[in-house]
Design a protein around this ligand. Structure first.
Ligand SMILES: C[S@@+](CC[C@H](N)C(=O)[O-])C[C@H]1O[C@@H](n2cnc3c(N)ncnc32)[C@H](O)[C@@H]1O
Length: 328
């Protein structure tokens, strides 16, 4: 059954269809019959998925992202796609699959990925890593620069940056320790596969209730408190925002498009969603984008030691691309 038929096959209730709700799988939006929407789609229970259909989504999502949805994730798939189906007025996951898997439906696949990805994040998440940066890495870089052993130029990549908390945390710390007034040129590339989170990241606006996640001196130095209609919000200062280039990038496919090399890469709490093959592909690419002695920071549940001997562990979750790990 085509998505076009699917959109019009539900039992009747009256809904207004606006331009944003039109099934992108239709060439003619007028084919959507607003009287034929299934009222059950207004709220859970979510549409069900057979094991065979789940496998089709599993393969499609893997091919598009490298993310492997284990077979226990059927409820997650249904729950996360529920809103998308409702927006498109498609009544079954089978019809949605036929729509989204069609070769020309690139945009809809991007939206599906937006819905599927897990974007949980925090400012200064994994505090030990920030401590390590501030107490070990940055003083070494400063000392090396003073001896003329390295340029005052630092490039960092936040790979899987979600809504921006990670790259903003790194940028604030670097702005504090390696300020431009001392000749430092620090820039960050921050990438994610999800347009939805990148939009939030570019805005750099967060609920003020989250201010407790930041060290006080960095909060006061680099965040603005919202006033009037912005009450209850905080916003990252322009000097920090300007250090970061946010970009959509699929880590499993587009790494060749990234300039580099980088002094450090943060790829935290991203690899857990991949299987061992996609993890290996991604880590190989990240490794290629590091300078010798460059650092790779991963999430607390991600251990690369057994799969990637080229990276040496300095501490759990912190790796160095170096022949000699005593260098740091
Ligand atoms: C759980 S968040 C982690 C955010 C941040 N790194 C942290 O540790 O707080 C994982 C992020 O990885 C992104 N992601 C998943 N697969 C990806 C891929 N193939 N390419 C790029 N980003 C991906 C998701 O969209 C999501 O925003």
């Amino acid at each position: 059954m085509s998505a076009a038929t699917a959109a019009g096959k539900g039992a009747g209730t009256s809904h207004h269809v606006d331009a944003h709700q039109v099934d992108p799988c239709h060439t003619d939006p007028c084919q959507v019959d607003p009287c034929n929407i299934d009222p059950c789609l207004e709220q859970p229970p979510y549409p069900s998925v057979s094991p065979a259909l789940f496998q089709k989504f599993q393969k499609l999502i893997y091919a598009e992202t490298g993310i492997w949805l284990g077979s226990s994730k059927t409820a997650l798939l249904c729950g996360r796609l529920f809103r998308r189906l409702r927006a498109l007025e498609i009544t079954s996951l089978k019809d949605y699959y036929e729509c989204v898997a069609a070769p020309e439906q690139h945009e809809e696949r991007v939206r599906m990925i937006d819905a599927i990805t897990t974007n949980e994040t925090r400012f200064f998440r994994e505090p030990r890593q920030f401590e390590f940066l501030a107490q070990t890495v940055l003083p070494r870089w400063q000392a090396a620069a003073e001896q003329g052993l390295r340029p005052r130029r630092v490039r960092i990549w936040s790979a899987g940056c979600s809504s921006g908390e990670e790259p903003y945390s790194v940028a604030m710390l670097l702005a504090r320790h390696l300020p431009p007034e001392e000749g430092w040129d620090v820039r960050l590339l921050a990438t994610d596969i999800s347009n939805r989170v990148l939009e939030k990241a570019r805005k750099g606006t967060y609920p003020i209730a989250r201010s407790a996640e930041l060290p006080k001196d960095l909060l006061h130095g680099f965040m603005l408190r919202g006033m009037a209609e912005r009450l209850g919000e905080m916003k990252v200062k322009a000097e920090i925002q300007q250090m970061i280039d946010f970009r959509r990038l699929n880590l499993d496919q587009d790494c060749g498009l990234v300039e580099g090399p980088f002094d450090a890469i943060f790829c935290r709490n991203v690899l857990i969603y991949f299987d061992s093959a996609s993890k290996r592909r991604v880590v190989t690419n990240l490794y290629r984008h590091l300078i010798p002695d460059g650092l790779l920071f991963v999430g607390h549940a991600e251990n690369l030691s057994s799969m990637f001997s080229e990276l040496r562990s300095l501490e759990p979750t912190i790796y160095i691309k170096a022949a000699d790990k005593e260098e740091l």
